[in-house]
Design a protein around this ligand. Structure first.
Ligand SMILES: [Zn+2]
Length: 220
């Protein structure tokens, strides 16, 4: 199976697809966020430094992220893998090109999950969660709406909207996504690595469509 890089806006279904690859297809999930959190728990000089940066919410630069990423990739490179949080910008994309070529890992595909902004906004802003049993609902989609307004079907707790799911936060994240990813989409398109997946599909159809992409002849 080919290695996978996703380019996807918030709430496009990237998590569903990554989980599927890990749970059913033996993929390793390589997340820069996970790597940083793990190292931040170590009592090494680097661990302490990252811990402080994470705590203060400071941006963690490529001088720290890239060597850690490389080290982690070397550990799992005999498995197929899916990247999370990488590449974030063109510099990281160039770095990956060099690294993949050095390690003979050129058999990968970049999947852009394309979803209209209006649909993503409904998925995020309509989300309501139950803090007691962790059930999740969406007031904009009848199939996922709670039976009684603002109450959890399972335990009758009052549902809440998380602050991450506010319209303002969504709009900010989406804007950043667009600014950051447009150059990446162009970069991978010119390399012939880019595939587009229609993210408006139901999860099971999305998984099937991803399968077709991963099984395509890789000698093209
Ligand atoms: Zn509940």
């Amino acid at each position: 199976m080919r290695n996978v890089i996703f380019i996807a806006p918030p709430a496009a279904g990237k998590g569903t697809l990554s989980d599927y690859l890990v749970e059913n297809k033996g993929y390793a999930h390589l997340s820069t966020g996970d790597i940083l959190r793990r190292v931040s728990r170590e009592d090494t000089e680097q661990g302490i430094r990252i811990r402080e940066l994470l705590r203060s919410g400071t941006f963690i630069g490529d001088d720290i992220v890239l060597p850690l990423f490389r080290e982690e990739l070397l550990k799992i490179k005999d498995k197929p893998f899916v990247l999370d949080g990488m590449p974030r910008n063109l510099e990281q994309a160039h770095y990956l090109e060099t690294l993949f070529s050095e390690l003979s890992l050129e058999n990968y595909v970049v999947i852009h999950i394309d979803v209209a902004k209006e649909l993503l906004e409904k998925r995020v802003v309509g989300r309501r969660v139950c803090e007691t049993c962790k059930s999740s609902y969406n007031i904009y989609f009848p199939l996922f709406a709670p039976h009684e307004e603002a109450l959890c079907d399972k335990c009758h707790t009052k549902l809440i909207q998380r602050s991450d799911d506010s319209l303002e936060t969504f709009q900010e994240r989406f804007k950043t996504y667009e600014e950051v990813t447009q150059p990446l989409i162009h970069f991978y398109e010119t390399k012939g690595k880019l595939k587009i997946l229609d993210g408006s599909m139901r999860p099971e159809d999305l998984i099937n469509a991803m399968h077709s992409i991963l099984e395509e002849d890789t000698n093209d």
